[in-house]
Design a protein around this ligand. Structure first.
Ligand code: BGC
Length: 900
């Protein structure tokens, strides 16, 4: 092996073993008939002949959408019930198979009334035994609908007139259903003979990687590279490794596993954004003391070997066998003579983009709050906090013992973890001990879980608190907001929202961190962003996410509803709005317009996508994926319009147009500003004509109808109070509760407080019966639930860690703590704390670019309210206390004791 540093461009090295290569050569072939996914069950037959017997045979079988029946030679192998996922994937153990002819019979279910449902069905199979692979092509299947009972028997007649050869699916299906593969260790040794000035490692992978240099881990970024649409963008990490190099022999060692690239997305198969194999790319640039540079890259001099990571999948978990770890493989002096040569792989089409946003890191370590032993010997650990991350274990036991960790948000009645709401995600880690007498420490590196409880099986003896930590993992954004209140619901809501933000800012802003979803849903992001910006510095994170939005923006201008676009859903109102709301929020919060400029052209195309087909100002056309006021209280099914969707769509459009006008003005785009102002006027007029009655009634009278109309300035001034009074009256009539879903909830309390009903806003904020934030807090929630009835609702849509309903936390900053900016960037503040006695005492700090703005509030010994504000140098503003005129305030601390 040559170990001379060289200067050619890095190659892409395949991170796969011979079996994986053979599997790839066998291929995966989808088959279907000439019809759509129409709800009709399909029957499919594959007849194959083996010229020798096979042992330890496995059958991977996949269908878009479900597999209600699978038979081999008439024997039932598998039968599934209907589920949420858009596909079913099974890896079945067939054991020994005799030589001769076999018949595989498969029933395929095709329809589920939900957005992610593919429009077309598909079936495919792969038979494997050792390095033997057999994969039927489309024409090897016979397919039909309406077969008679008994069709799956091994000797059932096969009438060629009705059992037609299958076809290639009309639309290509781009996911790979084969199970996750083991990781690969890849190493490159090189010599350093000259004196070094500095060294930088640039590295990325199509897959997940962990890099080590001379036996030490490089950097502290986790889950690299982060998720993106890998067809277009791949983030490249850079590390200063100057201090890790040494004179003489050096070794760069990298573990490559599935990572985001090869893991499943929303229950679809692997490789959702690009083909196998997994690939590694690296360039280590050595700048020598004499000014010369040398580079060590991914070249043919690398070697590879099986990794102790036997399985690693973002959703399903990680399996690590420590006995298989070659000691010292990543350090000088190791004998790698038995290792494999590497193969190169095609250069992918994506651009390598330097990662500028804060990486994912471990930011906190949680200790168990309790550990209980179950009758079956398992331990169940409660960390007392729902979070995203994993466990770190310290264990001493005999070699070969396997400890299994199953993660969940909730417990079942029998005390075991309840994993039903995780859908297809297995969320299970397994560690096999090497038997170190001094004990061994392990944590996974290529998966993460959303959980509070973990059930540990196979632990040697008694599991104690010091043996297990909860490692909290998320994009490491600086925390900028802090709010402390003696009012438990206020405090609980703030706490739960911050933890849901931590758990869901993991590379992408995700909807949830636990089930088989974890997608960058744009609707969740846009409703949450104003709150997110109070809690953390979201600038870099937003910039990165907007670049992803642009990367997946369709040629016609529509934004994807999830990023990366794991689903064929584009342009939903209230979701794709993120493309406008996020840059607007960042500008408002930090006063920076660079993000607007960077994103302007893209926003123009998105706005035109709506306007082009809706000249009369109602967003009536181009609304094919229509979530509306998602998960609102009265909805009996997911897609039900409890608020007319034409109303919510048009309101969202008007809001975006208003933002476009402001952003055009802020960036001196005068003409474009006038253009959008014209459209804004038109849409507002159309909204009023259609939805606002002269008596102030809005839409169908739903809470969200009023809230959106009032929040976005769509109700004429003279009717605003009437509309707000109607809203308030209905809230009272319903029992002082909100019926709002994702779209209405974020604005609900601000709208009431801003339109003459501050006491009602506080009633709702402090409510503890269902539905309410207090209901969650009182039921022990430590994060925000997806649904108001997370504890009793539909298991398939019960995430306990979804920040959307926590969007109202912005109200706590604005109207409890009194922190709002009038001009972008918190240079001029307008403080309007409610000072409602029920809100208790509290204090709040917000880190801004000008310094910390701090407020405090409460009651004195006589029960009189007080409010305090401290402004940093250069910040001015006004304080408006209930019933009092505005008072100008300057830098420094000021205290107010108003008579209310
Ligand atoms: C997600 C949501 C998302 C929604 C779209 C759900 O499955 O969890 O948060 O916005 O789908 O309607």
């Amino acid at each position: 092996m040559s170990n001379t540093p060289q200067t050619t461009a890095p190659l892409w090295l395949a991170a796969e073993d011979a079996a994986a290569r053979a599997e790839r050569a066998a291929g995966w072939h989808w088959a279907w008939d000439d019809g759509p996914a129409d709800g009709e069950l399909r029957q499919c037959l594959w007849t194959f002949t083996l010229d020798r017997p096979l042992s330890a045979t496995r059958l991977t079988l996949a269908a878009q959408k479900g597999l209600p029946g699978v038979w081999l030679d008439g024997r039932l192998l598998h039968a599934s019930k209907d589920g949420m996922a858009g596909r079913e994937l099974q890896d079945l153990d067939l054991g020994d198979l005799a030589a001769g002819t076999h018949r595989l019979a498969v029933a395929v279910r095709t329809f589920h009334p939900f957005i992610q449902e593919p429009r077309q069905g598909g079936v495919g199979a792969l038979l494997r035994s050792g390095d033997f692979f057999l994969a039927p092509r489309a024409a090897d299947w016979r397919i039909r609908t309406g077969a008679e009972p008994g069709w799956h028997e091994s000797d059932a007649p096969l009438d060629a007139a009705v059992w037609l050869p299958a076809l290639l699916p009309a639309e290509p299906i781009d996911w790979l259903p084969t199970p996750a593969q083991a990781g690969r260790l890849m190493r490159r040794r090189f010599d350093l003979d000259a004196q070094l000035r500095s060294a930088t490692l640039e590295i990325t992978a199509l897959g997940g990687y962990e890099a080590r240099l001379n036996g030490r881990r490089v950097g502290d970024a986790l889950l690299t590279p982060e998720n993106s649409d890998f067809r277009v963008r791949l983030l490249l990490q850079s590390y200063d490794v100057t201090d890790m190099l040494r004179a003489g022999e050096n070794v760069l060692g990298v573990t490559v596993a599935d990572g985001f690239y090869a893991s499943e997305a929303i229950g679809r198969g692997r490789y959702p954004f690009g083909a196998a194999p997994r690939r590694l790319w690296a360039r280590l640039t050595l700048t020598l003391a004499d000014g010369n540079t040398h580079v060590v890259t991914t070249d043919r001099d690398w070697q590879a070997a099986p990794a102790p990571t036997l399985f690693a999948e973002i959703y399903h978990g990680e399996t690590h066998d420590a006995r298989l770890e070659p000691a010292g493989w990543d350090a000088p002096g190791f004998d790698a003579s038995g290792w494999d040569a590497v193969h190169t792989a095609p250069t992918p089409p994506c651009a390598l983009m330097p990662q500028e946003s804060p990486p994912i890191r471990a930011t906190l370590t949680l200790q168990p709050r309790s550990i209980r032993r179950l009758a079956n010997g398992d331990h169940v650990v409660d960390f007392g906090q729902n979070f995203a991350g994993w466990c770190r274990i310290r264990v001493r036991g005999e070699a070969g013992r396997t400890v299994t960790l199953r993660h969940a948000e909730i417990l079942a009645d029998d005390g075991q973890v309840d994993m039903r709401n995780l859908r297809a995600a297995q969320c299970t880690d397994r560690y096999t001990l090497r038997g170190d007498a001094n004990g061994e420490t392990w944590e996974p590196r290529f998966t993460y879980h959303g959980f509070r409880h973990v059930q540990v099986s196979g632990w040697p003896g008694e599991l104690r608190a010091g043996d297990i930590d909860g490692v909290v993992v998320h994009s490491d954004l600086g925390v900028t907001g802090d709010l402390q209140s003696t009012q438990p619901i206020v405090q609980g809501l703030w706490h739960n929202t911050l933890w849901s933000q931590r758990s869901n800012f993991v590379g992408m802003p995700t909807d949830c961190p636990q089930r088989d979803e974890r997608l960058g849903w744009t609707g969740d992001a846009q409703v949450f962003w104003p709150t997110a910006a109070f809690n953390m510095d979201v600038r870099g994170f937003t910039r990165r996410f907007l670049a992803d939005l642009r990367a997946s923006q369709r040629a016609d201008g529509a934004y994807a509803d999830t990023n990366p676009p794991a689903l064929p859903a584009y342009g939903a109102h209230g979701w794709s709005d993120a493309g406008v709301v996020l840059p607007h929020t960042v500008w408002q919060h930090y006063g920076e317009t660079a993000g607007i400029d960077e994103h302007w052209e893209s926003m123009e195309r998105w706005m035109a996508w709506i306007a082009d087909v809706n000249p009369d100002g109602l967003w009536a056309r181009r609304r094919d994926v229509d979530f509306g006021d998602w998960l609102s209280l009265d909805a009996k099914n997911l897609m039900e319009a409890t608020t007319p969707k034409l109303l919510s769509a048009t309101a969202c459009w008007a809001r975006m147009l208003g933002m476009m006008v402001q952003m055009a003005e802020a960036t001196s785009r005068t003409q474009r500003g006038a253009h959008f102002a014209g459209w804004h006027e038109r849409v507002v007029r159309a909204f009023r004509e259609h939805f606002v009655r002269p008596d102030g009634h809005v839409g169908n009278g739903s809470h969200t109808s009023y809230i959106l109309a009032l929040a976005f300035g769509l109700v004429p001034k003279d009717l605003q109070m009437a509309a707000a009074d109607r809203l308030a009256a209905n809230i009272r009539e319903r029992g002082t509760l909100l019926t709002t879903g994702f779209l209405g909830t974020p604005f609900s309390l601000d709208v009431l407080a801003d339109h003459g009903h501050p006491a009602l806003a506080v009633d709702l904020l402090l409510r503890t019966e269902y539905p309410s934030w207090g209901y969650m807090v009182e039921r022990g929630a430590t994060t925000i639930w997806e649904r108001w009835n997370g504890d009793t609702g539909d298991v398939a849509m019960n995430s306990f860690n979804h920040y959307a309903l926590g969007s109202v936390t912005g109200f706590l900053y604005r109207r409890v703590a009194g922190l709002a900016s009038v001009a972008p960037g918190f240079k001029t503040v307008r403080c309007r704390p409610l000072l409602d006695p029920r809100l208790g005492d509290g204090r709040c700090c917000l880190q801004t670019d000008h310094g910390v703005i701090a407020t405090a509030w409460g009651r004195d010994a006589q029960g009189q309210p007080w409010f305090e504000i401290a402004l940093p140098e250069g910040v001015t503003g006004t304080v408006e206390l209930p019933g009092h005129a505005a008072t100008a305030i300057q830098a420094g601390k000021q205290r107010f004791s108003p008579r209310l």
